[in-house]
Write a protein that binds this ligand. Structure first.
Ligand SMILES: Nc1ncnc2c1ncn2[C@@H]1O[C@H](COP(=O)(O)OP(=O)(O)OP(=O)(O)O)[C@@H](O)[C@H]1O
Ligand SMILES: [Mg+2]
Length: 218
């Protein structure tokens, strides 16, 4: 379960933190950032599925009034009763129009279990005898994609794998109001004109012409 989401310098979300709990209904004005929160979760999902940071992030998503070129996306997950804290900090280079991962960390049971610090990846492991977390290998790693995606499963690194598998299972769906309106228009019962609002039209088109043309959500 997602216990916390933190987003900084992404569209209208600046130093934004929320603690979802169980089933939630998000209500908010148009443009208040509901979809943007889901967008960021989708981006974390893609990064942990091996996507290149350049293919996932876009410099235009930097918060317009913020001069910083760093964006942060972080989640705290509770998995099998244990807390996993993941943070991804990416940096945009205006000149080259590219992104790189500046920092990526996974904390498990309040202890660092993985870190990428711009250049090197630092792995940790569970000592087979003492069961205590200890430092493992450190090596230069690619800053364009997350190493977490490609780390092989071993019996001393199960927190990494457990976290990755949990995020891989995320299914992020959202409603598309114009599609719902289309359905409502087609499925309205006879004589229900006054109950269901007609499908909205644009530019003086009829409802069916509008539907054929498609409706711009954003
Ligand atoms: N680069 C940017 N800098 C600052 N704000 C931005 C940037 N890009 C987009 N925005 C703003 O971020 C907001 C994104 O809103 P979002 O689509 O997430 O809202 P929403 O709550 O899902 O709205 P709706 O109810 O209409 O679906 C908009 O207000 C948009 O103007
Ligand atoms: Mg939206």
């Amino acid at each position: 379960m997602i216990k916390e989401i933190y987003i900084d310098n992404f569209k209208c979300l600046s130093n934004f933190r929320m603690q979802p709990d169980g089933v939630q209904l998000w209500l908010g004005d148009n443009g208040s950032g509901k979809t943007s929160v889901l967008d960021v979760l989708r981006k974390i999902h893609r990064i942990l599925n091996g996507a290149h940071v350049d293919d996932v992030f876009d410099g235009r998503s930097l918060t317009g009034w913020d001069q910083r070129l760093e964006q942060t996306a972080a989640v705290k997950l509770e998995i099998d009763g244990e807390l996993y804290e993941y943070e991804l900090v990416i940096e945009y280079t205006e000149k080259k129009d590219t992104y790189r991962i500046k920092k990526e960390t996974l904390i498990w049971r309040e202890k660092k279990f993985f870190e990428f610090d711009s250049h090197d990846a630092h792995l940790y492991r569970i000592n087979r005898d003492s069961k205590i977390v200890e430092e493992g290998a450190s090596f230069p790693s690619d800053w364009r994609c997350s190493l977490l995606f490609s780390i092989a499963k071993r019996d001393d690194n199960y927190p990494l794998i457990r976290f990755r598998e949990e995020v891989e299972r995320w299914l992020i769906v959202q409603s598309v109001p114009p599609m719902i309106k289309k359905e409502a228009w087609f499925s309205r019962p006879h004589g229900a004109h006054s109950v269901i609002k007609p499908y909205p039209t644009v530019d003086g088109l009829t409802p069916s012409e509008t539907m054929a043309r498609g409706w711009d959500d954003e």
